[in-house]
Design a protein around this ligand. Structure first.
Ligand code: CTP
Length: 401
């Protein structure tokens, strides 16, 4: 959930500092990278060893010189490194210093150089929290876009009851996850995706197929699931696996099996993304037994497969959104436009075999989006997972209109 996200956690002197261990653990479990800076008084409440063990990185406390490299802790680099800086717990003392721009420890110096969003989770006794100076400090930071994670009410370390308890680590973690994964309008949508090749049986051991690896269908399914959609992935044989709870995989072999799975589910879906490389023809009469090599030549009669995407387009309701793919080698745009209209699509993803690094067998792809209003959107060569994100972004934009 937080893969690739870099979180700088500042820990200050408050009894709630022990909860910083749970925050670090939750962030690391969600695959974030976490660096911790502590103030000296935070070390009275929790040891740096605990936080460095959990974060798997050394904890910084003072401006120190590395004896080996001769370099000083570079607070400016840390401030630039982070995608989010969280100060939790944030004591009344640190709060006041943040407002005034004080810079008498490493944490404050880093805060002053931070380029990323800064969040604070105050923790203090109820009267300290209610004090006008604390309230004014919070209002001032809020005015300058520091996000305040409101403390909760309950029993405090002093034995008193009231507002001032730091928010629970799990809740802080969940708010960070939500920040990096804003709610998508694909959330809760039912999406059907076709992917992979189809195998058309010649006899029990042979088939006509193609080189599609199935990766595009799997990446699209995972990207949809990450945005909160319920996905049905109808895929031909592929070595790529997916284990998301939001993805139901329907494995098929032939175009006819793929069509049956689509026909059984299309009506319930709001979106269809058809990326399968369906064999256009299949043997008219697959042999029941393995064909023996008795003659020098044989002829296999092929008949046309149903066009699954065209079926979905013909049965598309007003509120359904349909995406198709096209692989063209000549007159790409013109042919793509024809396909978009013929199959009643909202979006066509055009692959050109003339582009280097695109198509079967590559981890990258270069696509052009063709829209019904004659709009063309060209993309650079990208990883196939980034292409999947571009497709979903385009669908989301259209659904918002
Ligand atoms: N498709 C499909 N069923 C088929 C053939 C294609 O669902 N029997 C879908 C593919 O998944 C893709 C789109 O149709 O989304 C385009 O497929 P393509 O083979 O490029 O186009 P065709 O319509 O088959 O036209 P042509 O072979 O003439 O290029």
């Amino acid at each position: 959930m937080l893969s690739g996200k870099k979180i700088l956690l500042g820990v200050t002197g408050s009894i709630a500092a022990y909860k910083a261990a749970h925050i670090v653990r939750a962030l690391i479990k969600s695959n974030a990278e976490v660096k911790v800076i502590m103030t000296e008084s935070a070390c009275d409440f929790i040891t740096p060893l605990t936080l460095s063990t959990l974060s798997k990185k050394p904890v910084a406390i003072e401006f120190i010189k590395d004896e080996e490299s001769g370099e000083w802790e570079n607070h400016v680099d840390w401030g630039i490194w982070a995608d989010l800086m969280l100060i939790a717990p944030c004591s009344a003392n640190t709060l006041s210093k943040l407002v005034n721009g004080n810079c008498d420890n490493l944490l404050l110096a880093t805060y002053l150089s931070a380029k990323c969003p800064v969040w604070i989770a105050p923790a203090m006794d109820l009267d300290m929290f209610a004090h006008f100076s604390t309230q004014e400090n919070l209002a001032k930071l809020n005015e300058h876009d520091v996000y305040i994670i409101e403390p909760t009410s309950g029993e405090l370390a002093s034995g008193l009851e009231g507002k001032g308890r730091m928010e629970e680590p799990e809740e802080i973690h969940d708010q960070i996850v939500a920040h990096f994964n804003p709610k998508s309008n694909l959330n809760g949508k039912q999406i059907i995706i076709t992917g992979g090749p189809t195998y058309e049986a010649i006899d029990p051991v042979r088939f006509i197929g193609n080189h599609s690896s199935g990766i595009t269908g799997v990446l699209l399914a995972e990207a949809c699931a990450k945005r909160g959609a319920q996905v049905i992935l109808v895929t031909g044989p592929t070595r790529f696996k997916t284990s998301s709870a939001n993805i139901k995989v329907i494995p098929i072999n032939s175009a006819n099996e793929m069509l049956a799975a689509v026909q059984a589910n299309w009506n319930e879906c709001q979106i269809g993304i058809f990326s399968a490389a369906v064999a256009d023809y299949r043997p008219a009469q697959p042999a029941d037994q393995k064909i023996k090599k008795k003659t020098d030549a044989i002829t296999i009669e092929l008949v046309k497969n149903p066009d699954i995407l065209a079926w979905a387009g013909a049965h598309k309701k007003e509120d359904q959104y349909l995406v198709g793919f096209a692989l063209e080698t000549e007159n790409e745009i013109e042919n793509g436009r024809g396909k978009l209209a013929r199959k009643n699509l909202n979006l066509l993803i055009l692959n050109s075999l003339n582009d280097k690094g695109a198509g079967f067998g590559h981890s990258t792809n270069k696509v052009t989006f063709i829209k019904p209003n004659n709009n063309l959107i060209n993309f650079e060569l990208k990883n196939k997972s980034d292409v999947a994100e571009d497709i979903l972004n385009e669908i989301e934009t259209d659904l918002n209109d």
